[in-house]
Design a protein around this ligand. Structure first.
Ligand code: ADP
Ligand code: MG
Length: 341
């Protein structure tokens, strides 16, 4: 069972969404629907699965439906049609009481604009979700302090948000989401308001935390580099339609259409593609010149060994951590993998 499953979800905004649903189902696009009916297509037949412990990044231009999608997961928005299953439970089946419980214990959310309480201290902000869960102050504070430390804010616990920089405020938001220890974290453009260097720091921090915590994270961004860095899988939305789902490498190597192509065309492939992705396995590597080989690790990014390969005009032998040969990459294939097919 997938952690989250979305099946044929449609969301139409406007006074009579159900009257417009058939038109959308029979293939009318967002623009046509708006023109003919004044309704906005938020999501158009979106289906996807998110597995436990992965970071799923949802990417797309502004207005493509990213926030609409993530808000369906904790039912801040109800679908016009389709179903949303979280751990096999249809979120539409939850009554008010169960929904509140679900939001408190299953999912936490990190917002773009931090969403902190200005009149509460860092410690109180981080402990807010725990307070809502009814956790005693002593326990609440000790868990909060642990999370404040985890995001590198020790010593700031008694400050107010206005005394902190944007990056630090976002860390408070992250610590608050971590404190409730929900399995699922929803992050809607959580780093988009930060300066590039601080943003990069936060990405690193999230990767480090995730390596230990293995939460299921749904992360929204309009930034390709961020998607590639954080995502185990990436789903790309265009005008409410999910146009491609894949690993970062799938997306870069085989963009599904012109829209995805436009996102990936300037990406530095050498930074994203690992040796094992482009190697020929040993049993298919007959005829490769093995006289001038350099050894590369299967998990190394091309960028790390490209200069050496080019300078020495050698082929690569790809090995695993134990040093076993897994495959080969010829000089020519390596250079070919860097240019668009
Ligand atoms: N409450 C709403 N009422 C009407 N239209 C909405 C509402 N929320 C979002 N939309 C429209 O739905 C589309 C998707 O919006 P959104 O999910 O916010 O996009 P993104 O997060 O990708 O920028 C946009 O065209 C937006 O204008
Ligand atoms: Mg949005």
């Amino acid at each position: 069972m997938s952690k989250i499953e979305i099946n044929n979800v449609y969301k139409i905004f406007g006074p009579k969404p159900h009257d417009v649903l058939e038109m959308v189902k029979s293939g009318s696009g967002k623009e046509e629907v708006l023109e003919k009916t004044g309704h906005t297509v938020g999501l158009d037949n979106v289906s996807l699965k998110i597995e436990e412990g992965e970071t799923f990044v949802c990417m797309g231009l502004s207005g493509s439906g990213k926030s609409t999608l993530i808000r369906h997961l904790n039912r801040l928005i109800d679908p016009t049609d389709g179903e949303i299953l979280v751990e096999g439970t249809n979120v539409m089946s939850l009554d008010t009481e169960k929904l509140i419980d679900f939001r408190r214990h299953k999912m936490s959310m990190v917002f773009q604009r931090f969403g902190l309480f200005p009149h509460k201290t860092v410690l109180q902000n981080v402990g807010y979700g725990l307070e809502m869960q009814g956790i005693e102050p002593e326990k609440r504070n000790s868990v909060s302090m642990e999370k404040i430390e985890a995001v590198g804010l020790s010593g700031f616990e008694n400050q107010f948000p206005s005394q902190l920089s944007g990056g630090m405020q976002q860390r408070v938001g992250l610590a608050r989401a971590l404190a409730t220890d929900t399995d699922i974290m929803l992050m809607d453009e959580a780093f988009s308001a930060l300066d590039p260097l601080i943003r990069s720091d936060m990405q690193k921090q999230l990767l480090d935390l995730q390596a230990q915590l293995k939460k299921t994270i749904v992360f929204i961004t309009h930034d390709l580099d961020e998607s590639l860095r954080l995502g185990d899988h990436i789903g790309i939305l265009n005008a409410g339609k999910l146009v491609q789902v894949g690993t970062p490498v799938d997306i870069i190597m085989n963009p599904a259409d012109d829209y995805v192509e436009a996102f990936v065309k300037d990406v530095n492939r050498a930074k994203v593609i690992k040796a094992k992705v482009i190697m020929k396995p040993v049993n298919e590597a007959n005829g490769i010149d093995k006289s001038n080989l350099i050894k590369v690790q299967e998990d190394q990014f091309i960028e790390e060994f490209l200069p050496q390969v080019v300078c020495t005009n050698s082929n690569c032998e790809v090995v695993d951590k134990q040093g076993n040969t897994k495959g080969y990459i010829t000089n020519k294939e390596l250079q070919h993998s860097l240019t668009k097919s």
